[in-house]
Design a protein around this ligand. Sequence first.
Ligand SMILES: [Zn+2]
Length: 447
Amino acid sequence: MTEDLLAFIDQTVDDAIQDLGRLIALPSVAAKGEHMEETAQLVAEMLRGVGSETKIHETSGCPVVTGEIDVGAERTLLCYDHYDVQPAEPFDLWESPPFEMSVRGDRIYGRGVADNKGDFVTRLWAVKAFQETGTEIPVNLKFVVEGEEEISSPHLYEFVEDNREWLKADGGIWEFGGSGIDGKQEAWLGLKGILYVQLEVEALSHDAHSSLACVLPSAASRLVWALSSLKGADEHIMIDDFYDGIKPLTHAELEALSIIEMREEDVKKHYGITSFILGLEGDELKERYYNGPTCNICGIDTGYQGEGSKTVLPAKATAKIDFRLVEGMDPDTVLKGLRIHLDQHGFSDVKIAWHEGYPAAKTPVGHPFVELVSKANEEVFGHRLTLQPTSPGSGPLYLFDALVPMVSIGCGDFESRAHSPNETILIDNFQKTIKRMVVLIEMMKDY
Ligand SMILES: [Zn+2]
């Protein structure tokens, strides 16, 4: 049976790529809020095209599209994807227009081919393979496709709150993934949480002549002093109780890490550095990568940065900061801790504007669904998945915690350049990712 399905995929991969092209042609950049309704409509149409019952759920932001194929099976598989993409700027660095899909050599190019319109199409096409070959789909399928992932899913909780029962499933495939630097397929089992804030200081009613710095307060200095109180040169984050409650990695996670190659020398070369912070290497580097929180300055804005000199004492200064949070940390607690810290260090004048915040979440390494996905991968790619206990990045996985065990796999690769110009996937990975989904759907009936 599976042979027919796999043959269908080999014969129709070009059509699947054309389908992807239709999605890429809509510049659904969530940050700009353009073409969102239109893209949601196309996603719904594509889901209907593979025989699913489709709904467009309005939220306070962009709509969430769901699809369901209920075959009355015992098991249910859910897929989470997003139809929004990152901005394509800077346009001049693209070798072909970002919103016109282009196939060159063994690769497909376009904004969203890897993150994550390509993954969505592989999942659809797997369902299509069952239908077009007249093969019974052995599990119930559910699709959740949101439109605000790239801006931190600010309204997804509304949808999840209203649909908790519906979302329950025996296993879920999260949006992204692919092959790593060694060419082997990886699965990401978790995502870190985040707290993103802006610090603001307004020391004067308006900019002053810099000669007056002898008597007037400086917003820029106030901000820099406040920032330097947050983290020392030893990389220690100095907010009281910041590290309290962090869950250490489990034995099973440490075991999974022991077979992961960090390729330290390649990464150093990639970023043009001679060493990682604190001279980290080996197990310590890994532990920090997978279970280390951060306090990172994303940007500082104050005063004059144009050509030549302008002697000015700026009235205002701002900084954007993100804290990546690991299991056991709570964004509200960190936010409160930050306020207390600034007050105690004499920075009550530094205001905090909250941008976003949510906790980390993980599916345990030893979960039977993880094993099943790894087996499906072996059938198609010839090897077990490399299990990454968590991604160092963040996402709204916590919303699905306790509803469905999620594994993140996809059609990307080490060269995919997600979020960057010339975003790309390998045709071969795209094709095999469809097959892996077919095999997983088949295997899930005996799960
Ligand atoms: Zn992304």
